[in-house]
Ligand binder design. Structure first.
Ligand code: SF4
Length: 258
């Protein structure tokens, strides 16, 4: 397996993010393993641990205390983040105190760096939970994942740990009424002897239809950047990403290619 990448702290950075600027990261997942209800073939954090192992999550108090300590240190050095980003070793909305933590992070942001945005990178799988949906509406940039136009392709690429229903996924995202950022990765490869490619004409056509239906205020598209747990994946070139972006831009969408 290729060497993947884990965050070993609850608060990480500040780092220069290719998509977000100077970003201070919050990792609500365990610090030594990934924890997600997806198991994307391309996940930079590697595969999920074997079933049955119990995740050790940071407590909500620990998260806030460590964020405050980091913001104090940054303030002493005259630094400020452009964005405070929930990402890390898994799906942040799975943390049982996600909404409470979001509220407290907003308070800290307002005290230490009122100009910074708060972003959450989420696979959008838990939007049916009221507290998750509420919390994501409170942050500046909910960045929600839709990696494919088709259900079968989504299952291959994202490997959800539950019976994935694309229509339900789209319906939950529609509740944002366009006030969110859509993130989609493009890649191709081989999985269990099957060749897949989410840039093929059919997939792209379906994906574009979903984007128009969801009408996000921004779309971020990207391809592979770091090592992936699944070996047979191919990066999509910047030129191809630009061609996809151009199709959406011609429909009036704000598209960022990372
Ligand atoms: S949703 Fe994100 S954290 Fe979860 S498996 Fe996919 S890439 Fe990794």
């Amino acid at each position: 397996m290729a060497t993947t990448f884990l965050f070993h702290d609850v608060i990480f950075g500040p780092v220069k993010s290719r998509r977000l600027g100077i970003s201070l990261g919050i990792n609500l997942s365990p610090t030594h393993t990934k924890w997600c209800n997806y198991n994307c073939l391309y996940c930079e954090c590697g595969w999920n641990p074997v079933a049955g192992s119990k995740p050790v999550l940071p407590s909500k108090e620990e998260v806030i205390q460590k964020l405050q300590e980091t913001l104090v240190l940054m303030q002493e050095k005259g630094e400020k983040p452009d964005v405070i980003t929930f990402s890390g070793n898994g799906e942040p909305t799975m943390h049982p105190s996600f909404e409470w933590i979001v509220d407290e992070v907003i308070n800290l942001r307002n005290s230490f760096c009122s100009g910074a945005r708060i972003a959450v990178l989420s696979n959008a799988s838990l939007l049916h939970k009221e507290s998750v949906f509420r919390a994501l509406q409170k942050v500046d940039d909910p960045i929600l994942k839709l990696d494919s136009g088709g259900e079968r392709m989504s299952r291959i690429i994202n490997q959800p740990a539950y019976p994935f229903d694309l229509e339900k996924h789209l319906q939950e995202m529609e509740k944002f009424e366009g006030n969110f950022i859509l993130q989609s990765i493009f890649l191709r490869g081989r999985y269990q002897e099957e060749i897949f490619d989410n840039t093929n004409e059919d997939e792209l056509c379906r994906w574009m239809k979903h984007v128009k239906r969801l009408n996000p205020r921004k779309v971020m598209i990207y391809s592979l950047d770091r090592a992936t747990p699944h070996p047979d994946l191919e990066k999509v070139s910047l030129e191809e990403l630009e061609r996809i972006a151009q199709k959406l831009r011609s429909e009036g969408f704000d598209v960022q290619v990372a």
